[in-house]
Design a protein around this ligand. Structure first.
Ligand code: CP
Length: 351
């Protein structure tokens, strides 16, 4: 398996298959795994609020017999005194065997990986990516369908800023016969780099604004929150916050086999009257998230120690105001090229 998990595409299908099988075995025989990480330390660095990702990683490591250090509030660490991301990561890789990082800057996990001597896992970088949520999502789909193929997948809500959405789209595009229905307000459609990814992979998708018009066709409905923390103003958020509310009534024509998913937290985009619907899987999805993270921790700890990449030379500077390279000025400009177009390696914005 790859050394870091920054983007879901860092994992091959074979590796996901191995993680899934390990996850299923852990769920069946948890006692077999209770000492496999004794003596190992996980650093959980959360610069943004989290319930599921932070606490499921912590619980996963404890259930494997390991220990956890880190912070849930950067204000309680030397970040509050101005310590850079680089220095924090260099320190943490002195102490821990594995680093999990959530940060509001897009590309922060990629940047962290340049300076770490231990594997880095992206637990959410701004509105960019969230690959371990995708592990939980794919585990849920596979557990409840038997295989990830031939599915009409509706993804509804803030598709511009929803990092779980971006990682899920990239991941599902690699499976056979997936057809996407992107349901969002016009101003919150998928970002350009995801559109480019889909188009260059010849992936089928349609973009619509009505949830009601499409729900009966779907095999998976993935609801998401309007991402309040990514808007420039409260009034802009208020304009969109009630855009979609899934209720029992709206599910009357839906398939009996529909999987209703949500990465959580929800605000009001799924009414509580849906919670008792047997098709509602969002709480189970969070539970699978803990088990697949146990499998991920075990697998990544087997990796060889990392070589920091900080001496790499870069290309053009990124123009995205939310990119980590705008804030952490010592970072090299890193780019990649696809079909003659140049993208920032941290945040994937086209330059
Ligand atoms: N799904 C998810 O990332 O939840 P948290 O923000 O609570 O970690």
């Amino acid at each position: 398996m790859t050394r870091n998990l920054i983007d879901f595409v860092d994992i091959t299908h074979k590796e996901f298959d191995e993680l899934y099988r390990l996850c299923a075995d852990i769920m069946k025989k948890p006692d077999k795994y209770k000492n496999v990480c004794v003596g190992k330390v996980l650093a959980n660095l959360f610069y943004e609020p989290s319930t599921r990702t932070n606490l499921s990683f912590r619980t996963a490591m404890y259930k494997l017999g390991g220990s956890v250090i880190g912070f849930s509030d950067p204000g309680s660490s030397s970040v509050a005194k101005g310590e850079s991301l680089k220095d924090t990561i260099v320190m943490m890789s002195n102490y821990a065997d594995l680093i999990v990082i959530r940060n509001p800057m897009e590309g922060a996990a990629r940047a962290a990986s340049l300076y770490s001597r231990v594997p880095v896992i992206n637990a959410g970088d701004g509105g960019h990516l969230h690959p371990t949520q995708t592990l939980a999502d794919l585990t849920t789909i596979r557990m409840h369908t038997g295989g990830i193929k031939n599915l009409n997948v509706g993804i509804c809500g803030d598709l511009m800023n929803g990092r779980t959405v971006h990682s899920l789209i990239k991941a599902l595009s690699g499976f056979p016969d997936i057809r996407f229905y992107f349901i969002s307000p016009r101003e919150l459609k998928i970002p350009d780099y995801i559109r480019y990814f889909l188009d260059s992979n010849k992936q089928k998708y349609i973009e619509i604004t009505s949830l009601e018009a499409t729900v009966s066709s779907l095999d998976v409905l993935y609801m998401t929150r309007i991402q309040r923390e990514r808007f420039d103003s409260e009034s802009e958020y208020e304009r969109h916050r009630h855009a979609y509310i899934l209720t029992s009534g709206k599910l009357s024509d839906a398939k009996s086999s529909l999987l209703i998913m949500h990465p959580l937290p929800r605000v009001d985009e799924i009414s509580v009257d849906v919670d008792n619907d047997p098709r509602a899987l969002y709480f189970a999805q969070a539970r699978y998230g803990m088990y697949i993270r146990m499998a991920l921790i075990m697998t990544m700890l087997k990796n060889a120690p990392a070589e920091p990449r900080e001496t790499e030379v870069g290309g053009a500077a990124c123009v995205n105001p939310r990119c980590v390279s705008m804030f952490e000025k010592y970072l090299p400009n890193l780019t990649y090229e696809r079909e003659g177009r140049v993208f920032c390696e941290y945040c994937d914005k086209e330059i």
